[in-house]
Write a protein that binds this ligand. Structure first.
Ligand SMILES: N[C@@H](CCC(=O)N[C@@H](CS)C(=O)NCC(=O)O)C(=O)O
Length: 313
């Protein structure tokens, strides 16, 4: 039996990092509790440190285990819950998905600073500097490469929804919010992210939050002076599960030994996907949804209209 999961999140209107593991878990219909901490308040830092040793959100809690860093949370969930296709199966696609996700996790600072995450922004274009423009071009090139080389099995970067999609979903929302002119696969991809029911759920929750100051990332925020006091070894030890009975509850079910059933009706199980296939009998990939996306102009939707389109009032 799995121990209960709790995800510590920042304000949904502002916290792009929180959205990543939240979306990954929600997409896979994993049950979890949420602790939502407003950002940008005088006591935000102290409140985050009560849960997250890095002083940042998101952080996943399970018993005494704490997993911080959005990418590590997605990986932990994928491994312990055997979430299918967290990474694509083909080694080349898998390497690209990992490289892209790591690049997102560590980079695109100019894009993030100049186009801060704002889930409530009414889409409107904003001029960006050369470095941010180059970040945007790089993201577009990555999406295009993933979709064209590996995206035949579905509408996501590598066909099926995976960690790479969770990592880039907030960028798609930024592109929408700042009306970044897109065409081709990138435009379709932004549309698909916006239409994801869990993303709609996040936007609704963001709209219901009380207004807060935007989170502006400055280079200083990334320096050591903002890091929390180091923890003592004894404090660190208490964060980890030390009861052998508890650790046995989380087998690495995504290994080939103990393959999970299909995650949802109509999807192949990991066992099916890993079974050797005769290419002649391999089922054709699901066709990509046809989305009108010719013009390089902002998507003709705003979050409010889109939400009312997806969710009946
Ligand atoms: N690399 C971290 C970044 C986490 C991060 O920077 N989170 C921001 C919110 S989006 C935060 O907690 N800021 C602290 C604060 O605003 O007090 C991750 O991937 O989880």
């Amino acid at each position: 039996m799995q121990q209960k999961l709790t995800l510590v999140l920042g304000s949904k209107a502002r916290s792009s990092w929180s959205l990543r593991p939240w979306l990954f878990l929600r997409h896979h219909e994993v049950p979890f509790d949420e602790i939502l901490l407003p950002l940008g308040q005088p006591d935000s830092r102290a409140r985050i440190l009560e849960h997250s040793p890095s002083g940042k959100v998101p952080c996943l809690l399970q018993g005494r285990l704490k997993v911080w860093e959005s990418l590590a949370i997605c990986e932990y969930a994928a491994e312990t819950l055997a979430l299918p296709l967290a990474w694509p199966l083909d080694p080349a696609a898998r390497a690209l998905a990992r490289a892209m996700s790591a690049e997102m996790h560590a980079g695109f600072a100019d894009l993030r600073r100049e186009l801060p995450f704002d889930a409530l922004r009414k889409p409107a274009a904003r001029e960006v500097g050369e470095q941010a423009a180059s970040d945007i071009a790089r993201v577009r090139a990555l999406w295009r490469e993933a979709r064209s080389l590996h995206g035949r099995g579905g509408p996501w970067l590598f066909g099926r929804f995976g960690i790479a999609d969770a990592m880039f979903a907030p960028v798609a929302l930024r592109f929408h919010a700042y009306a970044v002119a897109l065409d081709g696969p990138e435009r379709e991809y932004v549309y698909n992210v916006l239409m994801h029911p869990a993303v709609q759920e996040w936007l609704d929750a963001a709209a219901a939050e009380s207004p807060q100051e935007p989170v502006v990332e400055t280079p200083a925020e990334r320096t050591a002076e903002f890091l929390p006091e180091p923890e003592t070894p004894a404090a660190v030890a208490t964060r980890y599960v030390d009861d052998p009975a508890e650790t046995q509850e989380t087998p690495l079910e995504n290994t080939h030994r103990d393959l999970p059933p299909a995650a949802r009706p109509g999807e192949e199980s990991l066992a099916d996907l890993l079974a050797p296939r005769d290419p002649a009998t391999r089922p054709a990939p699901a066709p990509l949804p046809v989305i009108e996306s010719q013009a390089a102009e902002p998507l003709p939707v705003d979050p409010v209209k889109l939400r009312s389109f997806i969710l009946p009032p």
